[in-house]
Design a protein around this ligand. Structure first.
Ligand code: IVH
Length: 680
């Protein structure tokens, strides 16, 4: 038997797994079974855990993240990252073509491609290994975000074939619409502001401190440029093809076109077809193809003369403002919302759009009866971009921001250093109370799904629940027969009332929530700026509610993701006497106020008699998932057979294993479904 050193074995595994990943993700042609792949990956994970000093920058385990960057360092670019000249008009394109031709003896051939709407990135490969990923920054220096970029599956960690010793690949990190929608839905559910568009979401994700979180954001990489010594190809088109051989995906769209008419045709086609793309683009890029010709045309200090971006116009309309509503959110922040005369824009009818905050209204100088310009930026959320001054009447009065809460009447305040104006009456203002209750019962918090917005409304209207602790004092008698008048589809009023079954469901849902782990209880409290991830980190750091409540600021700041703003908010929460009173009642009700230290103790019998195959990569180490199976009475088995109850599939559950499960009729369960299963 051959004996390998740990280092040799790690080197071998990294090479092998990267090669299989390439076969799987880039060529869609796996040459190994999923089971064997999982074995190799697990062996590497174990070896790296035992020998952290041997962990390599191109290790495939980096895909799942886990590296934490407190502050991003900056680094100088090898070559400056220039931007592109922009145009919105076809006339300017004619002008661009004329300038280019003037400088050349032979008319140029152009290449057209998509202008991805994301964040520019420079990837440095030394001896074929991705060693550094740097954002554009100011063009000469950017932020080093290597660990985060390594989690993006279409970024090769190790090049294949006859790559050069040094390569700089440039492209755009984008967030596909699906990931964007999912991310925003999750953020809204936990009361965090959604991202305005996929570009902001991509940029925010790249700056996350925890790369394991980045891995979950579904980012993608689109290559558009390569630099280095002695690269193959004497033109842009061929060079991008060569990069494909080394492990980059081919650009989805890359077209050689003939002259101006070819360019026009390309951009007219993509102005329409972009609506079917799964990711955002904001225009097309036209480049002179031949490198010699590029050199002859040259560059200015800011941008190359041999390329130009043609940006699609955002669709914009002007429509009358009917009125302004002021909405109070869970945290008390008051948001002005414009009610607009309905107008159709980029495929949907727009009736309302946010006016963000008092500063925005003042800057725009929005007045009564104004016509507002509405744009669909990035095709997603309609945005007010200005006032149609031609249509303003000379007497139009400014619309003042309200001074008192539209719901409870309390005098509004402005928070120091923040743009928001808020209602300070947190404990007695209906939308704030109901918002906190809804947050508390949400799936990712206490997961009391037998309650919902409608039922919370009812309980609140009958004065049965005015804070989260009141939920645990509800009785069968109080709930049975509780009535509410609602309108049916035809607008007729009818009375609905809680029957036995509903009441039982509500009470047992509340009872079950007493087993929800401490980290989610902490999140459920709705402390401002403490999202799901921060709550988990606080719980792990401090271990109990008392420890969090008594932590001095310096200690709070030691926790990853916790900065001044978050620390101050936590301290303010635990200094509020009403909150302390609520916490006392929650503790008495039996909620989990400490981290479950005894890991392998039996938690439930929910998986009793079930044989479970755990396969793939999860949000936590696979061993932790297997432990969960056992804690709930299940049995871990290693291969799929007709005796398997279900397959618990992580990220890398590939076609082979899937095929086997499907052919035997074995259900495939995702991590999320599995976790929900344990909470039911
Ligand atoms: S080429 C030297 N091609 O647009 C020219 N850029 O202001 C290098 N972009 O910061 C850029 N899609 O991040 C090029 N197909 C594409 C692009 C693209 C998006 C971005 C890039 C750059 C900005 C131009």
């Amino acid at each position: 038997m051959e004996v390998y050193s740990a280092e040799e074995r790690i080197n071998h595994l990294v090479r092998e797994i990267n090669r299989h990943n390439y076969q799987y993700y880039m060529l869609d042609n796996p040459t190994i079974s999923d089971y064997d792949f999982d074995q190799l990956l697990q062996e590497l994970i174990d070896l790296e855990a035992a020998h952290p000093e041997l962990r390599r920058p191109d290790s495939p385990t980096q895909r799942v993240g886990g590296t934490v960057t407190k502050r991003f360092e900056s680094a100088a670019h090898l070559y400056p990252m220039q931007s592109l000249g922009n145009t919105y008009s076809q006339e300017e394109l004619t002008e661009f073509d004329r300038r280019v031709r003037e400088l050349l003896a032979v008319p140029p051939a152009y290449v057209c491609e998509l202008k991805y709407d994301g964040v520019a990135i420079s990837l440095i490969y030394e001896n074929g290994v991705l060693t550094r990923a740097v954002t554009r920054g100011d063009g000469s220096r950017g932020d080093v975000v290597t660990a985060n970029v390594r989690t993006i599956r279409t970024v090769p960690l190790q090049l294949q074939g006859d790559f050069p010793p040094l390569l700089e690949a440039r492209g755009e990190i984008i967030m596909p619409f699906r990931s964007f929608e999912q991310l925003n839905a999750e953020r809204e559910e936990i009361g965090e502001a959604p991202f305005a568009n996929p570009r902001n979401a991509a940029s925010g994700s790249l700056k996350l401190q925890d790369s394991a979180e980045v891995a979950k954001r579904g980012l993608d990489f689109k290559l558009y440029f390569a630099l280095g010594e002695q690269l193959p190809g004497d033109n842009h088109f061929d060079r991008l093809q060569a990069l494909h051989k080394w492990g980059f995906r081919k650009p989805d769209v890359l077209e050689k076109v003939n002259g101006l008419s070819g360019i026009y045709q390309f951009l007219n086609t993509w102005d329409v077809k972009r609506k079917q793309l799964p990711y955002p683009i904001d225009g097309v890029v036209i480049k002179v193809n031949d490198f010699d010709q590029q050199r002859q045309v040259g560059t200015t200090a800011k941008s190359p003369r041999w390329a130009i971006a043609y940006k699609f116009k955002a669709e914009r309309v002007s429509t009358p403002l009917l009125s302004v509503d002021f909405q109070v959110g869970r945290t008390g922040i008051v948001t002005p919302v414009a009610n607009l005369s309905p107008v159709s824009l980029a495929g949907t009818v727009v009736k309302r759009a946010t006016l963000n905050n008092a500063d925005f209204m003042a800057e725009m100088d929005i007045r009564e009866g104004d016509h507002l310009f509405v744009e669909k930026g990035g095709e997603i959320i309609p945005k007010i971009v200005g006032v149609d001054l031609d249509k303003r009447s000379p007497e139009a009065q400014r619309i003042p921001f309200i001074t008192h809460c539209p719901v409870c009447g309390a005098e509004l305040r402005k928070a120091d250093g923040e743009t928001g104006i808020f209602c300070p009456n947190a404990d007695h203002c209906a939308p704030q109370i109901k918002g906190r209750l809804e947050h508390f019962i949400a799936r990712k918090a206490m997961n009391i799904d037998s309650l919902g917005e409608g039922k919370i409304d009812m309980l609140y209207a009958h004065d049965l629940v005015t804070n989260i602790a009141d939920l645990y004092a509800l009785t069968y008698e109080q709930l049975l027969g509780l009535e509410k008048i609602v309108e049916d589809d035809s607008g007729k009023a009818k009375t609905i009332s809680f029957r036995e079954k509903t009441v039982q469901n509500i009470l047992s849902g509340i009872e079950a929530s007493k087993q929800v782990p401490f980290e989610r209880v902490l999140f459920a409290l709705g402390i401002r700026f403490v999202g799901e991830v921060t709550a988990r980190k606080l719980a792990r750091h401090f271990g109990s509610m008392d420890a969090v409540a008594n932590a001095p600021k310096e200690e709070l700041l030691e926790v990853e993701d916790v900065g001044e703003r978050v620390a101050d908010s936590i301290i303010a929460y635990f200094n509020d006497i009403e909150n302390l009173h609520i916490l006392m009642r929650l503790r008495d009700a039996g909620l989990q106020f400490t981290l479950n230290a005894e890991k392998s103790q039996t938690v439930s019998q929910k998986l009793n008699g079930k044989n479970i195959v755990v396969s793939g990569v999860f949000t936590v180490p696979r061993d932790a998932i297997k432990e969960l199976v056992e804690q709930h009475g299940g049995k871990n088995v290693s291969s799929i057979s007709k005796n398997t109850t279900f397959v618990l599939a992580g990220e890398k559950m590939g076609p082979e294993k899937r095929k086997k499960a499907v052919s035997l009729g074995i259900p495939i369960v995702s991590e999320e479904e599995f976790r929900n299963m344990l909470l039911d």
